[in-house]
Every structure is written in C-alpha cells, then in structure tokens.
Write a protein that binds this ligand. Sequence first.
Ligand code: PFF
Length: 500
Amino acid sequence: MKREQWGSKYGFILAAMGSAIGLGNLVRYPSVVYENGAGAFLIPYFVALFTAGIPILFLEYSLGHKYRGAGPWVYQRLSKKWEWLGWWQSIVAFVILSYYMVILGWALSYTYYSFGSQWGEDTESFFFNNYLGVTEGVGVLGGIQWKVLIPVAILWAVLFWVLHRGAKRGIEWASKFMIPILVAMIVLITIRGLTLEGAIKGLEAYFTPDFAALSKPEVWINAYGQVFFTLSVGFCTMITYASYLPKRSDLANSGFIVALSNCSFEFFAAIGIFSALGFLATQQGVEVGEVVAGTLGMSFVVFPQIINQFPGLNSLFGVMFFVSLLFAGFTSAVSLAEPGIAAIREKFGLSRKAAVNWLCGASVLMSLLYVFKGGLYFLDIVDYFINNYGIVVSAILMVVLTGWVSKQVDSLQKHINDVSIVRIGGWWPAIIRFITPLSLAAMVLWNIYNEWMMTYGGYPQWSVNVFGWGLLAVVIILGALIQQRRWATEPSPHKEEVSS
Ligand code: PFF
C-alpha cells in the first residue's frame, strides 16, 4: 500500500499543532492551573514537560518516521508481542473522540446562542437544565436530547468529509485553514481581555504562586496529565502523523516548534481568559476564586456570564470565543481519529474510505451515549479514567518497551540525528530509560492508592466499575484480541525521496 504523505513540511507542522492545540489549551489549562497552585503550577508543569512530554513527543516522531506505520504496526516491529499496546493507545484516542465531538457539538450550539446572549442571566441553569437537560443521577438515562444531537451530527458529517479526503487534502487543509484564524481570534480576545476593567485582578490570580501546593502529590499528577493531553502524546497520534512524513524531514526541529508553540499558545490564551475572569469578578464584586470553574463549567457557564457583562460587541466576542473552541477542537478531533483509521487500514488492508466509515461509524454510536440527558455523568467518568490511567499507564509501557525491552532508544536517537539539523544529545535516551518511567510510575501508584480510598466523584460504585475500570479492561482485551489476527498488508518502507 502506498503511504499517504503531507504536502509540505509546514503542512505537517500545522497538522501537529492542530492536534496539540485544542480544548486542553483553551479550557482545561486555565482551570487546572488555578486549582493547582496558580503561578506555582508552572514548576511541576515544566518538570512534566521536560521529563515526559517533550521526550515522548520525540519518541513518537522517531517511531512513526522510522517504522512508517501507525501505532500497532510500529510496536510489533519493536517486539512481536507488543502490538496490543498500539491498539490500546489508538482505542483510547477513539474513546476520547466520541465525547470530544459531543463537547464540540455544545460549542457549536453556543456559537448560535451567542447571538443576543440567548442563555439569559442564569447561565448555569441554562447549561445544565435547559440545554443538556441533565437527569438527577447517573442511574437515570433520560431521553435523547435533540438540542445536543443535532449539532453533534452536523460536526460528525464535517469530520467524515475531512477524513475521507485524506492526510494532505483533508487534515492538512483543515489545519492550514483553521489554525491561523484561531490564533488571530485568540490574540484579539486576549488583547480585549487585557483592556477590561479588573483584568489585573485576574492576572494576579493566574500568577500569584501558592508554593504550599507543590507539596501535594496530586498537583504533580495533574501537571503530567495536562502535559500529555495538551501535547497529544501517548495516543499514537504523533506516531501516525510522523509516518506520513517524507524520508528527509527535520524531526528535532519540528518537535521543538510544535511543543513550543503549543505551550506558549496555552500560556498566552490563559492570560486573556484570566483577564476576563478578573473582569467578571470585578463586575460581581467577588474574588476571582469564586468565578473560576472546572473545565466544562468554565466554557459553558462562566464564559457566557462574561459575555453578558461585556461592555460592547457581546455577540461578536461570544461567537469568536466559541468558534475558537470549535476550530481548536476540530483539528484535535481529526487527530484522535487518525491513529485508529491508519491502524485498521494497515491491519485489515482497508481503503481509507472504508477505514473512515468503520471507525467513525463505531465512534458515532459511542457518541450517542452522551447525547442522552444523563450522558454528562458517563462523559465525566469515562474522561477521568481514560485520561488518568489509560494514557499514563500506556506511556510507561511505551518507554519501557523502547528503552528496555527492544532497547531501540539509542538507534532512534541516531535516526533523529541522521535526518535533523538540530542534534539531540545523550540526555534523551537517558530520560526515556530512567526518568520518564520512574516519574510516571510514582504518579500512577499514588493515583491508584487514592482511588482505593474513595470512589471517584462520589458516583455509585457500579457506574465507576462499568464506565471506568470496565471500559479500561475492554480496551486492553480488545487490543489483545486484534493482535491475534494476521496482518493483511505491510506498511510500505520509505521509497520516495520527496523533498520537503
Ligand atoms: N491535545 C488536544 C487538546 O489539547 O485538546 C487533545 C488531544 C488531541 C489529545 C489528540 C490526544 C490526541 F491524540
């Protein structure tokens, strides 16, 4: 099978940036920062970035580029028995895709509601009661919420179309179109945010460090979680994207550009968001801490309140904010689908169209779970378990596989240096072998210990067993079962020397 290729080096960098920059940057980061020591959080954040995020990003680039395949293919090349790990990571991406699309559906609805601030004064009640129609508990499914189903269906149709068009004409094209507009809109929102009354109060909340937080292990855990999510590492996404690169591609340079632009975007956008929070707090005469909310509350409850209070052009800023979420999220959603699409193409010898139909068809069915009125509870449990265990545990296995089982990390370093202008030194294999596995293992053990002590989110035990632990077990078993089947095709080795 001839391998697809990006149109240019910049196409790849934009697609990788599109994957990295997403809801994680715009909404997850500000609430994680605030809840974990504000200014002081930057310390664990950078530690996580340098001990795990960036080293694994390079690992994924080199694996995808050297072995030219999606995750399962690459892992079985490292060691025959490890194909299941690639399925695990790709299925985790698929599971996230099914609810990520639902959140994007909400953003689409809210783009429409922005015209004339249709959410009214009580934005919290509007979101949970009018829009989502949330039921009284996880045991009550309720009916389908049509207001949610319709925008989700529209976005699925667009995603189908983009994925059908392929890496260059679909993914690269969407990123080239959306990322520059996104950056421009965020710059405008941030400048406007900074000039609002009370902005400084918000910035104080962002930057004033609470050093006591650094002694809490969960702050460190959250920093690692945020770094994985925001850089899109541990999902085979970057393996798959790098596999579409031509032979001569500067991997080290691209890696640094993507990591740097993603993290500075995150940092910068948070300045705008905190300024707006400071403004809201000033209008309401309260402290900033009282207006900050969790990830979803921040976007769909607090932001509409900010828009309500805006001194002019309310609808315009509302639309700009929700379209930013849509653009940032859409290019990430594309990259959550691609690892699975490429993997099933290679494994079962399918055409791109057939693979897209199978994967998206299955993911649409899973999405349906979250468009029921009780769907928010499932979304919360699945998101928590998949991110806290699904990704981090698989990342530990990934570095153990490359550093210790197949012992390929030195040859991967050589591979990166052979194709890149910037050379990466001996620090990289050392981090992959020792620092990353040890720091991640410490974090997971602490997490599991906490989990035994109390059930997540106060949900009934059965729901956490089914949608949390149960789902994780299904993901792993499914990976092991697929491993038993023979490969229908072999991804092609580098043939064409296309200049980038
Ligand atoms: N990096 C994306 C964000 O910050 O929202 C989320 C994401 C996309 C995670 C793609 C993983 C992935 F494979």
